[in-house]
Design a protein around this ligand. Structure first.
Ligand code: CA
Length: 168
């Protein structure tokens, strides 16, 4: 299908760029070959009105996205590169989920908390979260935070990732 960014057909705007033309594969996610092509995110969010657009947007940004809506499913999910964890979950305390995930692995965690609920960032970091956003958050801010956290972790993409891809 046609992928729109800001209402415009992104592909028609970049078609004259040799490097960008190389970037287009069968998978729409490959439009952005420079970063995160193989980065798998686990999104833990019980509000479908947030979760579904979030998944769509993150996929457009080139991430693979697993979506779960409960703490139990989050704890049962396979390993991923980063967890986006809503603290307000229907079954378990999000803080417990966060702490449990952290005890299990070093996978980076970005916590999502609701506005109005006082979030003590010290507590968040004691839980092992790498960063946090407060609802309602801007999508671009979230993507920037995800990329920043991934860059800080060992598994993040190297600065030369785009060169490797173009030569391939
Ligand atoms: Ca929630």
């Amino acid at each position: 299908g046609v992928w729109l960014l800001g209402g415009r057909d992104y592909r028609t705007e970049v078609k004259d760029s040799p490097n960008e033309r190389l970037a287009f594969g069968k998978d729409p996610a490959s439009r952005f070959p420079c970063e995160h092509v193989s980065m798998r995110l686990l999104v833990v969010e019980d509000d479908a009105t947030i979760a579904e657009p979030l998944r769509t947007g993150l996929r457009r940004e080139g991430f693979e996205v697993d979506l779960v809506s409960t703490g139990a499913d989050a704890l049962a999910a396979p390993e991923c590169d980063l967890v986006l964890l809503d603290l307000g979950l229907p079954d378990l305390d999000g803080r417990v989920v966060c702490r449990t995930l952290r005890e299990r692995s070093d996978t980076p965690i970005i916590v999502v908390s609701a506005r109005g609920k006082e979030v003590d960032r010290v507590i968040l970091f004691e839980l092992g979260a790498d960063d946090y956003v407060v609802k309602p958050f801007g999508f671009l801010e979230l993507v920037a935070r995800i990329r920043a956290v991934l860059r800080r972790t060992a598994g993040g993409p190297s600065p030369s990732a785009s060169d490797v891809r173009i030569e391939a």
